[in-house]
Ligand binder design. Structure first.
Ligand SMILES: *Cc1c(COP(=O)(O)O)cnc(C)c1O
Length: 414
């Protein structure tokens, strides 16, 4: 209301973006719709406050209530993920991962992660990222046939290169990670093992995906993907991590502040506390289970229409499709689907012969559409539309109208 008067240009753009989200299906697997309560905390007066330091050890006065907010967030994260130490200050997922490097690595140390083209993340050692520039990054990949992590290769590379740090986790991996196997490999070479659960944190919190806690030393996550909170990042230290290095919690905290960041965003931290409270409810457990059921249904339906799914299906919230047999590039499919009102993203597939800016795949996910209340029946309908427009781009206009109507039945969280 105030914004409309003081800055009508921005107010108008926010309104248009709201309409875009309402009238179309958000199927980018790293996106979600957070609750109004989360947005209320995020838009609160807490954004005005400086709080460099940690609860009861601040470099600024006036943090009586801020300390309570941050402590609540920390306690809730500890409880839901069953970890020993939590830092909720990283501004997002990449800064959380930077905090881990800062805490346990020196420049030029050897680290290992899954290659970006195989479904890993930029921060796991990609050459253009700080993680590939400042460290000696060894990259592992997927088995060419099964599209599962090639655990034999991971073991061989770890023995050969003796990394200080190994990442497990990814952004385009539709299968359950073998935390235990990765734990054995890391232990056999004395490396720190970090699970980056950015994509699947909500599935783990909801109890539908196995937790890495017993097998890893550190966990990092974003808070805005399946966890359904504000944009943010968290670093956690497990019991196993503290057993390896009792100073690990202190090192992590020092790495985030003063190592990498100044003042924490306490409005975002309050919103994280709210989202973790929501994630602790039976309703969220049901939500997490439905996200996976929906992804499985969508995967089965698309397979029936001849789509070629990487790894043959999904066990989580995302699907990666090799479009080569459909004679369309990932970029063209993304544009076409955008026209009918489905937002998803082009993506490299494992061993993609095409260049990364024109990849052969498309990645889609169910977190946001499940938040809107869609179930298996709706997934079947979505698969029909995807197949229809890819086989017949002339049908764009007709399908667009149908999807607009369809969306009205599933409002965004209010
Ligand atoms: C999304 C993601 C991140 C980084 O998150 P940002 O908030 O975009 O910086 C880190 N790791 C993985 C595996 C991710 O998928």
């Amino acid at each position: 209301m105030k914004l409309k008067k003081s800055d009508p240009q921005i107010a108008k753009l926010i309104k248009l973006e709201t309409q875009r989200q309402e009238d179309s299906l958000q199927m980018i697997p790293s996106e979600n719709h957070c609750s109004f309560a989360v947005r209320e905390a995020l838009g609160s007066i807490l954004t005005d406050k400086y709080a460099e330091g940690y609860p009861s050890k601040r470099y600024y006065g006036g943090n009586e209530f801020i300390d309570k907010v941050e402590n609540l967030a920390i306690e809730r994260v500890k409880k839901i993920f069953k970890v020993e130490h939590v830092n909720v200050q990283p501004h997002s997922g990449s800064p959380a991962n930077a905090g881990v490097y800062m805490a346990i690595c020196e420049p030029k140390d050897t680290i290992m992660g899954m290659a970006l083209q195989m479904g890993g993340h930029l921060t796991h050692g990609f050459k253009l990222s700080f993680s590939g520039k400042f460290f000696n990054a060894v990259q592992y990949g997927l088995d060419e046939k099964t599209h599962l992590i090639n655990y034999d290769e991971v073991e061989k590379l770890a023995k050969e290169h003796k990394p200080k740090l190994i990442w497990v986790g990814g952004s385009a991996y539709p299968r359950i990670f073998d935390w235990k196997k990765m734990g054995q490999v890391a232990d056999s070479v004395g490396a720190y093992l970090v699970a980056d659960i950015a994509h699947i944190a909500g599935l783990i919190a909801g109890g539908i995906h196995p937790s890495p806690v017993p097998f890893v030393h550190i966990i990092t996550t974003t808070t805005h993907k399946t966890l359904r909170g504000p944009r943010g990042g968290i670093i956690m230290v497990t019991k196993k991590g503290i057993e390896k290095d009792p100073d690990l919690p202190k090192k992590i905290d020092k790495a985030v502040f003063p190592g990498l960041q100044g003042g924490p965003h306490e409005n975002a931290i309050a919103a994280i506390a709210v989202c973790i409270k929501e994630a602790s409810t039976p309703a969220f457990k049901k939500y997490a289970a439905q996200v996976v059921k929906n992804a499985k249904t969508l995967a089965e339906e698309l397979t029936k229409y001849g789509f070629n799914l990487i790894s043959g299906g999904t066990e989580n919230h995302l699907i990666l499709i090799d479009l080569r047999n459909k004679n369309i590039t990932g970029a063209d499919a993304q544009n076409l689907l955008e026209k009918i009102g489905m937002s998803m993203n082009k993506n490299s597939i494992p061993y993609d012969p095409a260049p990364p800016f024109k990849p052969s795949g498309i990645r889609m996910g169910t977190p946001a559409i499940t938040t809107r209340g869609m179930k298996e029946k709706e997934m079947k309908q979505i698969a029909i539309w995807i197949n229809e427009v890819i086989s017949n781009p002339g049908a764009v206009k007709k399908i667009r109208e149908k999807i607009k109507k369809f969306c009205k039945k599933f409002p965004l969280p209010k």
